[in-house]
Design a binder for this molecule. Structure first.
Ligand code: CDV
Length: 307
């Protein structure tokens, strides 16, 4: 029996700072309906898919800042997305800014949830590799304040039994770190959802790379992560010019061989769809990348490895 999950990578065009949840959720539902009409099982949305990518600015108004975070998932307008997904019997993963903790001790995370075809949350991930900085850089055309607005995720890299296989999630900058894929693969991940908000230029931190190099590195890390860990990787971008910031796009679905099997063509809201056969992970997982058989962490010298 094959285990095919038909996946839609749901790229989003820019989300304006003044766009409210109702408007964004309407866009998400339009993509959800397209995916359902195309027979998809799972829709993957980008990182922080409900609002503009506010870490690009110093937000001085505390009310505005708080408005970017979800206190529960789902709540308010976002409930409509969950209800529509359950009606259409289609699952999704969704990135969002999460407000957890208590009123006295609030905690902020850059999170994603995996939602089943019944509209229930299967699991959550909180972004571990937060890029950027925690202080304002007035000399930059835009900021990257993830270290100011979020704390490092505290859930590890969990995997979930879902959609007939083993699924994991990671978020944006996580994709550049081999540990991300490896820790998920060590737990058997067969499909990894990955939403991202990547500017074409990263002020102060991209060490003079050209847009072409940055696009190359975007696909390079996802393709290497898929191949070296025998897993599908579904990388989903925010695209276009968002509040003056040019986003990278490059949404793609990568097979366990490292090959891109579907990608978007525009800089707007668009689906890239592929039939992801989870059994296509087996040759790699039982062959060259049989991690239990061929890895040698006990010989890695001083490196302390998670087992
Ligand atoms: N949202 C991100 O994590 N963005 C980073 C940028 C800032 C380099 C990324 O790795 O794509």
């Amino acid at each position: 029996m094959t285990r095919i999950v038909r996946v839609a990578a749901a790229q989003l065009g820019p989300i304006a700072r003044l766009e409210n949840r109702e408007q964004v959720v309407t866009r998400l539902i339009a993509l959800l309906r397209q995916a359902a009409a195309d027979g998809c099982d799972l829709v993957v949305y980008p990182e922080m898919a409900l609002t503009t990518f506010f870490p690009h600015w110093e937000v001085t108004d505390p009310v505005e800042l708080e408005s970017y975070y979800e206190k529960a998932m789902p709540e308010g307008a976002v409930t409509r997305l969950f209800e529509e997904a359950a009606r259409l019997k289609i699952g999704f993963s969704l990135g969002y800014a999460e407000l957890a903790g208590t009123a006295d001790t609030p905690r902020h995370f850059n999170s994603s949830v995996l939602v089943g075809k019944d509209g229930r949350v299967i699991g959550k991930y909180r972004k571990i590799h937060l890029p950027g900085y925690a202080e304002i850089h007035p000399e930059h055309p835009f900021q990257n304040l993830e270290k100011m607005y979020f704390e490092v995720g505290d859930l590890g890299f969990p995997v979930f039994d879902a959609f007939g296989g083993t699924l994991g999630m990671c978020i944006c900058n996580d994709r550049r770190w081999p540990e991300t894929y490896r820790l998920l693969a060590l737990q058997g991940a067969e499909l990894i959802t990955l939403g991202y908000n990547t500017p074409l230029h990263n002020p102060g931190q991209d060490t003079g790379q050209s847009p072409e190099q940055r696009r190359f590195h975007n696909h390079l890390c996802m393709q290497a992560g898929a191949y070296q860990n025998s897993s599908w990787v579904v990388g989903v971008a925010k695209a276009g010019i968002e509040e003056g910031c040019e986003m990278m796009a490059g949404t793609c679905i990568v097979a366990p061989t490292g090959e891109i099997v579907a990608e978007t063509k525009t800089l707007g809201d668009e689906l890239a769809v592929a039939d992801c056969d989870l059994d296509a992970c087996i040759p790699g997982k039982r062959g060259e990348f049989d991690l239990a058989l061929n890895r040698r962490p006990e010989h890695y010298g001083l490196l302390v490895e998670a087992s």
